[in-house]
Write a protein that binds this ligand. Structure first.
Ligand code: SAM
Length: 275
């Protein structure tokens, strides 16, 4: 009889945030598929457990077939990542899909995930949200990703590493316009911090003081002015007016975006469509 794939969440910073079922599942599993076996070894040591491990990370996704073989041969596997829920901006979705395709039973052992923890703490609307995870690093791809969401009313959730935070805040400001943001840093850890501000102010703050720690960025959805099509007419008319007054298209777009509180790329698209 085949075994089971258990999807096991682990704490995002505080070892006390570990449901008892996590230890029980690691204990009962025949082996562990871990993102970084060194990180998971520390967790297993903390729980007083010893388990065979296989690595399953970005550059070892081909291990999925070997993991599936073992499960089909009757072993149960606990899949985990370095922190939080596997499959959420972490390895796992390919293995879970493979198990579904091969009719292998899947069971979840849920726990904290940084995205939902930050959304709850953000004070921004939680009814409709969009998880974007990490934005692409290449500028063209990042701009396209932001353009695709710039008019949506949903609260937006982004992950970011501290060394790219400043650059990401600048891209968000340019792509979405100045909006409320809640920066959630080091959640559940000693230096946990939840700061409600605006994209412009956050960019200034982290340009002056380099950021430290892990961040989730919760950004407000598009304001009514961006959602309403009437504002497109306003923007088009204003860009045309400024160009007729002698400004270059680039400068006219920049000034209109600032005046109407619209993202520059949205105004640029409007200008391209109408001039
Ligand atoms: N699978 C994880 C989850 O369920 O949240 C996410 C893994 S992803 C590779 C790592 C990113 O999650 C970090 O760069 C940061 O954006 C966010 N993150 C993880 N732990 C965090 C924490 N304690 N506080 C703030 N952000 C955190």
């Amino acid at each position: 009889m085949p075994g089971i794939l258990y999807i096991v969440a682990t704490p995002i910073g505080n070892l006390d945030d570990m449901p008892p079922r996590v230890a029980a599942t690691f204990g009962a599993a025949d082996f562990v598929a871990a993102e970084d076996t060194r990180v998971t070894l520390k967790l297993l040591n903390h729980l007083g457990l010893k388990k065979p491990m296989m690595s399953y990370y970005e550059h070892a996704l081909h291990h999925g077939a070997a993991i599936l073989d073992r499960i089909e041969a009757g072993e149960s596997c606990a899949l985990c990542s370095d922190a939080g829920m596997p499959c959420i901006s972490d390895p796992g979705e390919g293995l879970v899909a493979l198990c579904h395709e091969n009719e292998v039973e899947i069971a979840t052992v849920p726990g904290p995930t940084a995205a939902m923890t930050a959304l709850a703490a953000s004070g921004l609307p939680t009814g409709k949200f969009l998880f974007e995870g990490f934005l692409p690093i290449k500028k063209g791809e990042r701009d396209a990703a932001l353009q695709a969401v710039s008019r949506l009313p949903h609260t937006l959730i982004f992950y970011e590493a501290p060394h790219r935070l400043r650059q990401t805040l600048a891209a968000l400001l340019e792509g979405l316009g100045d909006r409320p943001i809640t920066l959630c840093r080091e959640l559940t850890k000693l230096h946990e911090e939840v700061v409600r501000t605006t994209l412009g102010e956050a960019l200034t703050k982290y340009t002056e003081t380099p950021p430290k720690g892990e961040f989730v960025l919760i950004v407000a959805g598009a304001p009514e002015t961006v959602k309403e099509s009437a504002s497109e007419d306003d923007a088009a008319a204003r860009v045309a007016q400024l160009i007729s007054q002698g400004l270059s298209r680039k400068d006219a777009v920049r000034q209109t975006a600032a005046e109407l509180g619209l993202p520059k790329n949205v105004v640029y698209d409007i200008a391209l469509g109408s001039i």
